[in-house]
Ligand binder design. Structure first.
Ligand code: NAD
Ligand code: UGA
Length: 469
Protein backbone atom coordinates (compact mmCIF):
# COMPACT_ATOMS: atom_id res chain seq x y z
CA UNK A 1 0.00 0.00 0.00
CA UNK A 2 1.40 3.41 -0.97
CA UNK A 3 1.46 5.61 2.10
CA UNK A 4 0.49 9.26 2.06
CA UNK A 5 0.93 11.57 5.02
CA UNK A 6 -0.55 15.05 5.23
CA UNK A 7 0.94 17.50 7.73
CA UNK A 8 -1.84 19.82 8.93
CA UNK A 9 -5.35 18.63 9.74
CA UNK A 10 -7.16 21.90 9.05
CA UNK A 11 -9.81 23.11 6.60
CA UNK A 12 -7.68 21.93 3.68
CA UNK A 13 -5.75 18.93 5.01
CA UNK A 14 -8.76 17.16 6.56
CA UNK A 15 -11.28 17.33 3.67
CA UNK A 16 -8.66 16.92 0.92
CA UNK A 17 -7.18 13.78 2.43
CA UNK A 18 -10.64 12.38 3.21
CA UNK A 19 -11.57 12.65 -0.47
CA UNK A 20 -8.26 11.10 -1.63
CA UNK A 21 -8.85 8.21 0.81
CA UNK A 22 -12.41 7.81 -0.45
CA UNK A 23 -11.42 7.71 -4.10
CA UNK A 24 -8.22 5.67 -3.68
CA UNK A 25 -8.93 2.79 -1.29
CA UNK A 26 -5.59 1.23 -2.19
CA UNK A 27 -3.72 4.16 -0.60
CA UNK A 28 -3.17 4.59 3.14
CA UNK A 29 -3.72 8.21 4.08
CA UNK A 30 -2.65 9.57 7.48
CA UNK A 31 -3.32 13.16 8.50
CA UNK A 32 -1.08 14.44 11.30
CA UNK A 33 -1.13 17.63 13.32
CA UNK A 34 0.66 19.19 16.30
CA UNK A 35 -2.72 20.16 17.72
CA UNK A 36 -3.82 17.13 19.75
CA UNK A 37 -7.36 18.40 20.35
CA UNK A 38 -7.91 18.82 16.61
CA UNK A 39 -6.72 15.26 15.90
CA UNK A 40 -8.87 14.00 18.74
CA UNK A 41 -11.91 15.70 17.19
CA UNK A 42 -11.16 14.20 13.76
CA UNK A 43 -11.37 10.81 15.43
CA UNK A 44 -14.77 11.53 17.02
CA UNK A 45 -18.33 11.87 15.74
CA UNK A 46 -18.29 15.66 15.90
CA UNK A 47 -15.55 16.71 13.50
CA UNK A 48 -13.48 19.85 14.23
CA UNK A 49 -14.81 21.67 11.15
CA UNK A 50 -18.29 22.00 9.73
CA UNK A 51 -18.46 21.30 6.02
CA UNK A 52 -21.51 19.92 4.19
CA UNK A 53 -20.94 16.28 3.16
CA UNK A 54 -17.69 15.92 5.11
CA UNK A 55 -19.08 13.64 7.84
CA UNK A 56 -20.18 11.02 5.29
CA UNK A 57 -16.84 10.98 3.48
CA UNK A 58 -14.86 10.68 6.74
CA UNK A 59 -17.15 7.97 8.10
CA UNK A 60 -16.78 5.97 4.86
CA UNK A 61 -13.01 5.67 5.13
CA UNK A 62 -11.85 6.51 8.67
CA UNK A 63 -10.21 3.40 10.17
CA UNK A 64 -10.13 1.77 6.71
CA UNK A 65 -7.47 3.76 4.85
CA UNK A 66 -7.86 7.17 6.49
CA UNK A 67 -6.24 7.88 9.86
CA UNK A 68 -5.71 10.95 12.04
CA UNK A 69 -2.71 10.96 14.35
CA UNK A 70 -0.35 13.07 16.44
CA UNK A 71 2.47 10.62 15.88
CA UNK A 72 3.91 12.96 13.28
CA UNK A 73 7.47 11.73 12.95
CA UNK A 74 6.56 8.06 12.54
CA UNK A 75 4.01 8.70 9.78
CA UNK A 76 6.24 11.20 8.01
CA UNK A 77 9.13 8.72 8.03
CA UNK A 78 6.89 5.92 6.67
CA UNK A 79 5.22 7.92 3.87
CA UNK A 80 6.21 8.05 0.22
CA UNK A 81 4.18 11.15 -0.52
CA UNK A 82 3.94 14.02 1.95
CA UNK A 83 1.41 16.84 1.65
CA UNK A 84 2.18 20.06 3.52
CA UNK A 85 -1.06 21.70 4.47
CA UNK A 86 -0.03 23.86 7.40
CA UNK A 87 -1.24 27.41 7.93
CA UNK A 88 0.67 30.24 6.23
CA UNK A 89 -0.75 33.38 7.87
CA UNK A 90 0.39 36.98 7.38
CA UNK A 91 3.47 37.96 9.42
CA UNK A 92 2.55 40.12 12.39
CA UNK A 93 6.02 41.34 13.31
CA UNK A 94 9.47 41.85 11.84
CA UNK A 95 10.42 42.25 8.19
CA UNK A 96 7.35 42.32 5.98
CA UNK A 97 4.94 42.49 8.96
CA UNK A 98 1.35 42.97 7.84
CA UNK A 99 1.97 41.63 4.33
CA UNK A 100 4.52 38.84 3.91
CA UNK A 101 3.53 35.21 4.49
CA UNK A 102 4.68 33.84 7.83
CA UNK A 103 6.39 30.59 6.88
CA UNK A 104 7.29 29.60 10.45
CA UNK A 105 4.92 26.60 10.61
CA UNK A 106 5.82 25.60 7.14
CA UNK A 107 9.61 25.75 7.71
CA UNK A 108 9.31 23.81 10.98
CA UNK A 109 7.43 21.06 9.15
CA UNK A 110 10.03 20.98 6.37
CA UNK A 111 12.92 20.75 8.85
CA UNK A 112 11.16 17.95 10.68
CA UNK A 113 10.73 16.05 7.38
CA UNK A 114 14.45 16.41 6.68
CA UNK A 115 15.33 15.21 10.18
CA UNK A 116 13.18 12.08 10.29
CA UNK A 117 13.25 10.85 6.68
CA UNK A 118 15.34 7.86 5.67
CA UNK A 119 13.65 7.06 2.34
CA UNK A 120 13.01 9.11 -0.83
CA UNK A 121 9.88 11.24 -0.82
CA UNK A 122 7.64 13.41 -2.92
CA UNK A 123 6.83 16.57 -0.95
CA UNK A 124 3.68 18.33 -2.12
CA UNK A 125 3.00 21.98 -1.29
CA UNK A 126 -0.72 22.13 -0.54
CA UNK A 127 -0.51 25.29 1.53
CA UNK A 128 -0.68 28.57 -0.34
CA UNK A 129 2.88 29.90 -0.40
CA UNK A 130 4.88 32.72 -1.99
CA UNK A 131 6.18 31.99 -5.48
CA UNK A 132 9.65 30.39 -5.31
CA UNK A 133 8.91 28.68 -1.99
CA UNK A 134 9.70 25.30 -3.51
CA UNK A 135 13.26 26.47 -3.97
CA UNK A 136 13.50 27.25 -0.25
CA UNK A 137 11.91 23.96 0.74
CA UNK A 138 14.43 22.07 -1.41
CA UNK A 139 17.27 23.80 0.44
CA UNK A 140 15.81 22.90 3.83
CA UNK A 141 15.07 19.32 2.86
CA UNK A 142 18.55 18.73 1.51
CA UNK A 143 20.40 20.39 4.41
CA UNK A 144 21.46 17.24 6.22
CA UNK A 145 22.92 15.42 3.21
CA UNK A 146 21.81 11.94 4.29
CA UNK A 147 21.28 10.66 0.76
CA UNK A 148 17.48 10.90 0.86
CA UNK A 149 16.12 12.35 -2.40
CA UNK A 150 13.14 14.69 -2.48
CA UNK A 151 10.97 15.91 -5.31
CA UNK A 152 9.01 19.02 -4.43
CA UNK A 153 5.70 19.60 -6.20
CA UNK A 154 3.28 22.49 -6.04
CA UNK A 155 -0.34 21.34 -5.94
CA UNK A 156 -2.32 24.35 -4.71
CA UNK A 157 -5.81 23.81 -3.40
CA UNK A 158 -8.75 25.70 -4.90
CA UNK A 159 -11.59 24.49 -2.66
CA UNK A 160 -13.93 27.01 -1.07
CA UNK A 161 -15.25 26.56 2.44
CA UNK A 162 -18.88 25.54 2.58
CA UNK A 163 -18.54 23.65 -0.71
CA UNK A 164 -15.23 21.89 -0.02
CA UNK A 165 -16.44 18.34 -0.61
CA UNK A 166 -18.24 19.24 -3.83
CA UNK A 167 -15.16 21.18 -5.00
CA UNK A 168 -12.86 18.24 -4.20
CA UNK A 169 -15.08 15.62 -5.81
CA UNK A 170 -15.73 17.67 -8.95
CA UNK A 171 -12.86 20.15 -9.27
CA UNK A 172 -12.83 22.59 -12.18
CA UNK A 173 -9.12 21.80 -12.45
CA UNK A 174 -6.26 20.27 -10.52
CA UNK A 175 -2.93 22.02 -10.87
CA UNK A 176 0.41 20.25 -10.43
CA UNK A 177 3.74 22.02 -10.85
CA UNK A 178 7.07 20.23 -10.81
CA UNK A 179 10.70 20.49 -11.83
CA UNK A 180 11.27 20.07 -15.56
CA UNK A 181 13.72 17.21 -15.00
CA UNK A 182 12.99 13.50 -15.61
CA UNK A 183 12.75 12.95 -11.82
CA UNK A 184 10.51 15.99 -11.42
CA UNK A 185 8.20 14.84 -14.22
CA UNK A 186 8.06 11.33 -12.76
CA UNK A 187 6.89 12.80 -9.47
CA UNK A 188 4.29 14.92 -11.30
CA UNK A 189 3.01 11.77 -12.98
CA UNK A 190 2.78 9.93 -9.63
CA UNK A 191 0.58 12.66 -8.18
CA UNK A 192 -1.39 12.94 -11.41
CA UNK A 193 -2.16 9.20 -11.24
CA UNK A 194 -3.77 9.71 -7.83
CA UNK A 195 -6.09 12.49 -9.02
CA UNK A 196 -6.80 10.60 -12.25
CA UNK A 197 -8.77 8.10 -10.15
CA UNK A 198 -11.68 10.56 -10.21
CA UNK A 199 -10.68 13.71 -12.11
CA UNK A 200 -10.87 13.70 -15.95
CA UNK A 201 -7.45 13.88 -17.58
CA UNK A 202 -8.09 17.18 -19.36
CA UNK A 203 -8.81 18.86 -16.01
CA UNK A 204 -5.41 17.99 -14.57
CA UNK A 205 -3.03 20.75 -15.59
CA UNK A 206 0.72 20.39 -15.23
CA UNK A 207 3.07 23.37 -15.23
CA UNK A 208 6.46 24.34 -13.93
CA UNK A 209 6.76 24.92 -10.18
CA UNK A 210 6.69 28.71 -10.23
CA UNK A 211 3.63 28.90 -12.48
CA UNK A 212 1.73 26.60 -10.13
CA UNK A 213 2.71 28.58 -7.03
CA UNK A 214 1.88 31.92 -8.65
CA UNK A 215 -1.39 30.67 -10.19
CA UNK A 216 -2.80 30.07 -6.73
CA UNK A 217 -2.05 33.62 -5.57
CA UNK A 218 -3.28 35.01 -8.89
CA UNK A 219 -6.49 32.99 -8.73
CA UNK A 220 -7.41 34.30 -5.28
CA UNK A 221 -6.42 37.83 -6.27
CA UNK A 222 -8.65 37.75 -9.37
CA UNK A 223 -11.62 36.42 -7.39
CA UNK A 224 -11.25 39.00 -4.63
CA UNK A 225 -10.77 41.70 -7.25
CA UNK A 226 -14.22 40.90 -8.70
CA UNK A 227 -15.82 41.28 -5.28
CA UNK A 228 -14.03 44.58 -4.69
CA UNK A 229 -14.98 45.79 -8.17
CA UNK A 230 -18.67 45.16 -7.61
CA UNK A 231 -18.44 46.59 -4.09
CA UNK A 232 -16.86 49.74 -5.49
CA UNK A 233 -19.80 49.93 -7.92
CA UNK A 234 -22.22 49.50 -5.02
CA UNK A 235 -21.12 52.82 -3.53
CA UNK A 236 -21.73 54.53 -6.87
CA UNK A 237 -25.11 52.79 -7.18
CA UNK A 238 -26.20 54.20 -3.82
CA UNK A 239 -25.08 57.66 -4.88
CA UNK A 240 -26.88 57.56 -8.22
CA UNK A 241 -29.99 55.43 -7.74
CA UNK A 242 -28.76 52.48 -9.79
CA UNK A 243 -29.21 49.01 -8.28
CA UNK A 244 -26.04 46.95 -7.89
CA UNK A 245 -27.80 43.62 -8.45
CA UNK A 246 -29.24 44.91 -11.73
CA UNK A 247 -25.82 46.19 -12.76
CA UNK A 248 -24.17 42.87 -11.78
CA UNK A 249 -26.77 40.94 -13.74
CA UNK A 250 -26.38 43.15 -16.79
CA UNK A 251 -22.59 42.99 -16.90
CA UNK A 252 -22.48 39.30 -15.95
CA UNK A 253 -24.52 38.39 -19.04
CA UNK A 254 -21.45 39.29 -21.07
CA UNK A 255 -19.63 35.97 -21.40
CA UNK A 256 -16.30 37.82 -21.25
CA UNK A 257 -17.23 38.90 -17.71
CA UNK A 258 -19.49 36.07 -16.51
CA UNK A 259 -22.05 36.07 -13.69
CA UNK A 260 -20.13 34.55 -10.77
CA UNK A 261 -18.55 36.38 -7.84
CA UNK A 262 -20.46 39.58 -8.49
CA UNK A 263 -22.53 39.57 -5.29
CA UNK A 264 -22.01 42.88 -3.62
CA UNK A 265 -21.58 42.52 0.13
CA UNK A 266 -20.42 44.07 3.37
CA UNK A 267 -16.94 42.97 2.28
CA UNK A 268 -15.17 39.71 1.72
CA UNK A 269 -13.70 37.74 4.60
CA UNK A 270 -12.09 34.36 5.05
CA UNK A 271 -8.61 33.30 5.93
CA UNK A 272 -7.17 33.60 2.45
CA UNK A 273 -8.22 36.47 0.17
CA UNK A 274 -6.63 39.24 2.21
CA UNK A 275 -3.59 37.26 3.27
CA UNK A 276 -2.86 35.97 -0.23
CA UNK A 277 -3.22 39.37 -1.88
CA UNK A 278 -0.98 40.96 0.75
CA UNK A 279 1.49 38.19 0.10
CA UNK A 280 1.30 38.99 -3.63
CA UNK A 281 1.77 42.69 -2.90
CA UNK A 282 4.85 41.94 -0.82
CA UNK A 283 6.35 39.73 -3.54
CA UNK A 284 5.78 42.50 -6.10
CA UNK A 285 7.41 45.05 -3.82
CA UNK A 286 10.39 42.76 -3.24
CA UNK A 287 10.73 42.33 -7.00
CA UNK A 288 10.78 46.10 -7.58
CA UNK A 289 7.27 46.28 -9.03
CA UNK A 290 5.56 49.00 -6.94
CA UNK A 291 2.90 49.77 -9.60
CA UNK A 292 1.80 46.13 -9.67
CA UNK A 293 1.86 46.00 -5.87
CA UNK A 294 -0.32 49.11 -5.63
CA UNK A 295 -2.81 47.76 -8.14
CA UNK A 296 -3.50 44.68 -6.00
CA UNK A 297 -3.34 46.61 -2.72
CA UNK A 298 -6.34 48.57 -3.93
CA UNK A 299 -8.46 45.38 -3.82
CA UNK A 300 -7.91 45.20 -0.05
CA UNK A 301 -8.35 48.95 0.38
CA UNK A 302 -11.77 48.81 -1.29
CA UNK A 303 -12.69 45.88 0.95
CA UNK A 304 -11.71 47.86 4.05
CA UNK A 305 -13.65 50.83 2.67
CA UNK A 306 -16.74 48.70 2.14
CA UNK A 307 -16.71 47.34 5.70
CA UNK A 308 -16.13 50.84 7.11
CA UNK A 309 -18.83 52.31 4.86
CA UNK A 310 -21.36 49.76 6.14
CA UNK A 311 -20.47 50.41 9.79
CA UNK A 312 -20.66 54.18 9.33
CA UNK A 313 -24.02 53.81 7.58
CA UNK A 314 -25.44 51.94 10.58
CA UNK A 315 -24.27 54.60 13.00
CA UNK A 316 -25.20 57.62 10.89
CA UNK A 317 -28.66 56.26 10.04
CA UNK A 318 -29.46 55.74 13.68
CA UNK A 319 -29.18 59.46 14.38
CA UNK A 320 -25.40 59.29 14.68
CA UNK A 321 -25.39 57.36 17.92
CA UNK A 322 -25.79 53.71 18.84
CA UNK A 323 -24.67 54.24 22.42
CA UNK A 324 -26.82 52.07 24.71
CA UNK A 325 -28.88 50.83 21.75
CA UNK A 326 -29.34 47.15 21.01
CA UNK A 327 -28.17 46.01 17.59
CA UNK A 328 -28.82 42.43 16.45
CA UNK A 329 -26.13 40.82 14.29
CA UNK A 330 -27.43 38.02 12.08
CA UNK A 331 -24.48 35.93 10.94
CA UNK A 332 -20.94 35.84 12.28
CA UNK A 333 -19.23 33.35 9.91
CA UNK A 334 -17.35 34.86 6.96
CA UNK A 335 -19.79 33.15 4.57
CA UNK A 336 -22.66 30.69 4.76
CA UNK A 337 -22.27 26.95 5.37
CA UNK A 338 -19.15 27.26 7.47
CA UNK A 339 -18.41 27.96 11.14
CA UNK A 340 -15.16 29.68 10.13
CA UNK A 341 -14.97 33.29 11.25
CA UNK A 342 -11.48 34.20 10.11
CA UNK A 343 -11.44 37.80 8.79
CA UNK A 344 -15.24 37.85 8.85
CA UNK A 345 -16.74 41.28 8.15
CA UNK A 346 -18.96 40.59 11.19
CA UNK A 347 -15.95 40.96 13.46
CA UNK A 348 -15.14 44.39 12.05
CA UNK A 349 -18.74 45.63 12.23
CA UNK A 350 -19.32 44.22 15.73
CA UNK A 351 -16.10 45.68 17.11
CA UNK A 352 -16.97 49.05 15.59
CA UNK A 353 -20.42 49.01 17.18
CA UNK A 354 -18.94 48.04 20.55
CA UNK A 355 -16.54 50.96 20.37
CA UNK A 356 -19.58 53.18 19.81
CA UNK A 357 -21.01 51.65 23.03
CA UNK A 358 -23.82 49.68 21.42
CA UNK A 359 -25.11 46.47 22.97
CA UNK A 360 -24.93 43.72 20.40
CA UNK A 361 -26.85 40.49 20.26
CA UNK A 362 -25.39 37.93 17.86
CA UNK A 363 -27.03 34.96 16.17
CA UNK A 364 -25.20 32.56 13.89
CA UNK A 365 -26.43 29.01 13.29
CA UNK A 366 -22.93 27.47 13.46
CA UNK A 367 -20.46 29.69 15.29
CA UNK A 368 -19.97 29.04 19.01
CA UNK A 369 -20.16 31.71 21.71
CA UNK A 370 -16.54 31.04 22.71
CA UNK A 371 -15.39 31.68 19.16
CA UNK A 372 -17.40 34.92 18.95
CA UNK A 373 -16.03 36.23 22.26
CA UNK A 374 -12.51 35.24 21.23
CA UNK A 375 -12.79 37.02 17.88
CA UNK A 376 -14.20 40.18 19.41
CA UNK A 377 -11.46 40.33 22.04
CA UNK A 378 -8.60 39.64 19.66
CA UNK A 379 -6.18 42.39 18.80
CA UNK A 380 -5.44 42.32 15.07
CA UNK A 381 -2.65 44.01 13.18
CA UNK A 382 -3.87 46.69 10.79
CA UNK A 383 -2.06 45.63 7.60
CA UNK A 384 -1.82 49.15 6.23
CA UNK A 385 -0.58 51.00 9.30
CA UNK A 386 1.13 48.07 11.00
CA UNK A 387 -0.38 49.00 14.35
CA UNK A 388 -2.73 46.73 16.25
CA UNK A 389 -6.39 47.54 15.72
CA UNK A 390 -8.21 48.51 18.89
CA UNK A 391 -9.53 45.38 20.58
CA UNK A 392 -12.73 45.17 22.58
CA UNK A 393 -12.18 46.57 26.08
CA UNK A 394 -12.69 44.04 28.90
CA UNK A 395 -15.90 45.82 29.92
CA UNK A 396 -17.28 45.52 26.38
CA UNK A 397 -17.78 41.80 27.00
CA UNK A 398 -20.90 42.81 28.95
CA UNK A 399 -22.21 44.53 25.82
CA UNK A 400 -22.26 41.21 23.88
CA UNK A 401 -24.87 38.48 24.06
CA UNK A 402 -24.89 35.40 21.86
CA UNK A 403 -28.26 33.81 21.07
CA UNK A 404 -29.26 30.54 19.48
CA UNK A 405 -32.46 31.93 18.01
CA UNK A 406 -32.77 34.83 15.55
CA UNK A 407 -36.07 36.02 17.07
CA UNK A 408 -34.52 36.17 20.55
CA UNK A 409 -31.48 37.98 19.16
CA UNK A 410 -33.62 40.67 17.53
CA UNK A 411 -36.14 41.11 20.37
CA UNK A 412 -36.06 44.68 21.65
CA UNK A 413 -33.38 45.69 19.12
CA UNK A 414 -33.20 49.13 17.54
CA UNK A 415 -31.51 47.76 14.44
CA UNK A 416 -30.65 44.48 12.70
CA UNK A 417 -27.52 43.86 10.60
CA UNK A 418 -27.48 40.84 8.26
CA UNK A 419 -23.81 40.05 7.78
CA UNK A 420 -23.65 36.41 6.57
CA UNK A 421 -25.74 35.05 3.70
CA UNK A 422 -27.16 32.03 5.57
CA UNK A 423 -30.13 30.74 3.52
CA UNK A 424 -32.38 30.74 6.57
CA UNK A 425 -32.21 34.55 6.74
CA UNK A 426 -34.25 34.70 3.52
CA UNK A 427 -37.19 32.95 5.16
CA UNK A 428 -37.35 34.56 8.60
CA UNK A 429 -40.69 35.97 9.71
CA UNK A 430 -39.72 39.62 9.39
CA UNK A 431 -43.14 40.83 10.56
CA UNK A 432 -42.56 38.97 13.82
CA UNK A 433 -39.06 40.45 14.06
CA UNK A 434 -40.41 43.95 13.38
CA UNK A 435 -43.13 43.58 16.01
CA UNK A 436 -40.54 42.64 18.63
CA UNK A 437 -38.20 45.57 17.87
CA UNK A 438 -37.95 49.16 19.10
CA UNK A 439 -39.33 51.74 16.66
CA UNK A 440 -38.22 53.08 14.31
CA UNK A 441 -36.87 49.65 13.39
CA UNK A 442 -33.76 49.67 11.19
CA UNK A 443 -32.64 46.88 8.87
CA UNK A 444 -29.08 46.95 7.47
CA UNK A 445 -28.76 44.19 4.92
CA UNK A 446 -25.06 43.55 4.26
CA UNK A 447 -25.80 40.65 1.92
CA UNK A 448 -28.84 41.79 -0.05
CA UNK A 449 -30.82 38.88 1.39
CA UNK A 450 -34.17 40.51 2.00
CA UNK A 451 -36.62 42.27 -0.28
CA UNK A 452 -36.38 45.94 0.76
CA UNK A 453 -39.81 46.73 -0.69
CA UNK A 454 -41.52 44.06 1.42
CA UNK A 455 -39.62 45.09 4.53
CA UNK A 456 -40.51 48.75 4.01
CA UNK A 457 -44.15 47.70 3.72
CA UNK A 458 -43.82 46.03 7.13
CA UNK A 459 -42.45 49.30 8.50
CA UNK A 460 -38.68 48.84 8.56
CA UNK A 461 -36.25 51.55 7.55
CA UNK A 462 -34.08 49.53 5.18
CA UNK A 463 -30.51 49.97 4.01
CA UNK A 464 -29.32 47.44 1.41
CA UNK A 465 -25.89 47.42 -0.20
CA UNK A 466 -25.86 49.17 -3.55
CA UNK A 467 -29.58 49.90 -3.77
CA UNK A 468 -31.41 53.20 -3.78
CA UNK A 469 -32.33 54.25 -0.25
P1 NAD B 1 -5.79 25.62 9.28
O1 NAD B 1 -5.25 26.62 10.23
O2 NAD B 1 -7.22 25.22 9.35
O3 NAD B 1 -4.94 24.25 9.43
C1 NAD B 1 -3.54 24.20 9.47
C2 NAD B 1 -3.15 23.11 10.46
O4 NAD B 1 -1.73 22.91 10.40
C3 NAD B 1 -3.47 23.46 11.92
O5 NAD B 1 -4.32 22.47 12.48
C4 NAD B 1 -2.09 23.46 12.61
O6 NAD B 1 -2.11 22.96 13.94
C5 NAD B 1 -1.29 22.55 11.70
N1 NAD B 1 0.14 22.72 11.80
C6 NAD B 1 0.86 23.87 11.79
N2 NAD B 1 2.17 23.59 11.87
C7 NAD B 1 2.30 22.25 11.93
C8 NAD B 1 3.41 21.36 12.03
N3 NAD B 1 4.67 21.82 12.05
N4 NAD B 1 3.18 20.04 12.09
C9 NAD B 1 1.91 19.56 12.07
N5 NAD B 1 0.81 20.35 11.96
C10 NAD B 1 1.02 21.68 11.89
O7 NAD B 1 -5.41 26.13 7.83
P2 NAD B 1 -6.19 25.83 6.46
O8 NAD B 1 -7.36 26.74 6.35
O9 NAD B 1 -6.36 24.37 6.33
O10 NAD B 1 -5.11 26.35 5.42
C11 NAD B 1 -3.91 25.63 5.20
C12 NAD B 1 -3.24 26.19 3.96
O11 NAD B 1 -4.09 25.97 2.83
C13 NAD B 1 -2.98 27.70 4.00
O12 NAD B 1 -1.78 27.96 3.34
C14 NAD B 1 -4.14 28.27 3.21
O13 NAD B 1 -3.80 29.49 2.60
C15 NAD B 1 -4.38 27.21 2.17
N6 NAD B 1 -5.77 27.14 1.65
C16 NAD B 1 -6.83 27.26 2.50
C17 NAD B 1 -8.12 27.16 2.01
C18 NAD B 1 -9.33 27.29 2.91
O14 NAD B 1 -10.44 27.32 2.38
N7 NAD B 1 -9.18 27.36 4.22
C19 NAD B 1 -8.33 26.89 0.65
C20 NAD B 1 -7.22 26.76 -0.18
C21 NAD B 1 -5.93 26.88 0.33
C1 UGA C 1 -11.72 31.27 -1.58
C2 UGA C 1 -11.72 30.84 -3.04
O1 UGA C 1 -13.05 30.88 -3.56
C3 UGA C 1 -11.16 29.42 -3.20
O2 UGA C 1 -11.06 29.08 -4.57
C4 UGA C 1 -9.78 29.34 -2.55
O3 UGA C 1 -9.28 28.01 -2.61
C5 UGA C 1 -9.89 29.78 -1.11
O4 UGA C 1 -10.42 31.12 -1.04
C6 UGA C 1 -8.58 29.83 -0.40
O5 UGA C 1 -7.53 29.89 -1.01
O6 UGA C 1 -8.66 29.86 0.82
P1 UGA C 1 -13.35 30.89 0.47
O7 UGA C 1 -12.55 31.97 1.11
O8 UGA C 1 -13.57 29.65 1.24
O9 UGA C 1 -12.64 30.43 -0.89
O10 UGA C 1 -14.78 31.44 0.08
P2 UGA C 1 -15.36 32.33 -1.13
O11 UGA C 1 -16.60 31.71 -1.59
O12 UGA C 1 -14.35 32.62 -2.15
O13 UGA C 1 -15.76 33.68 -0.39
C7 UGA C 1 -14.77 34.54 0.15
C8 UGA C 1 -15.45 35.80 0.68
O14 UGA C 1 -15.94 36.59 -0.39
C9 UGA C 1 -16.65 35.51 1.58
O15 UGA C 1 -16.67 36.41 2.65
C10 UGA C 1 -17.83 35.74 0.66
O16 UGA C 1 -19.01 36.06 1.34
C11 UGA C 1 -17.32 36.89 -0.18
N1 UGA C 1 -17.98 37.00 -1.50
C12 UGA C 1 -17.83 36.02 -2.43
C13 UGA C 1 -18.73 38.12 -1.79
O17 UGA C 1 -18.86 39.04 -0.96
N2 UGA C 1 -19.34 38.22 -3.02
C14 UGA C 1 -19.22 37.25 -3.96
O18 UGA C 1 -19.80 37.40 -5.07
C15 UGA C 1 -18.45 36.12 -3.65
Amino acid sequence: MVKICCIGAGYVGGPTMAVIALKCPELEVVVVDICASRIDAWNRDKLPIYEPGLDDVVKACRGRNLFFSTDIEKHVADAEILFLSVNTPTKTSGLGAGKAADLTFWEKAARMIADVSNSDKIVVEKSTVPVKTAEAIEKILNHNNNGVKYQVLSNPEFLSEGTAIEDLLYPERVLIGGRETPEGQKAVQTLKDIYARWVPDDLIITTNLWSAELSKLASNAFQAQRVSSINAMSALCEATGASVSEVAYAIGMDSRIGPKFLNSSVGFGGSCFQKDILNLVYICECNGLPEVANYWKQVIKINDYQKRRFLNRVISSMFNTVSGKKIAILGFAFKKDTADTRESASIFVSQGLLREKANISIYDPKVTEDQIQYDLATNKLDWDNQVPQQPMSPTARNQVTVMWDPYEATKGAHGVCILTEWDEFKDLDYKKIYDGMQKPAFMFDGRNMVDPVKLREIGFIVYSIGRPL
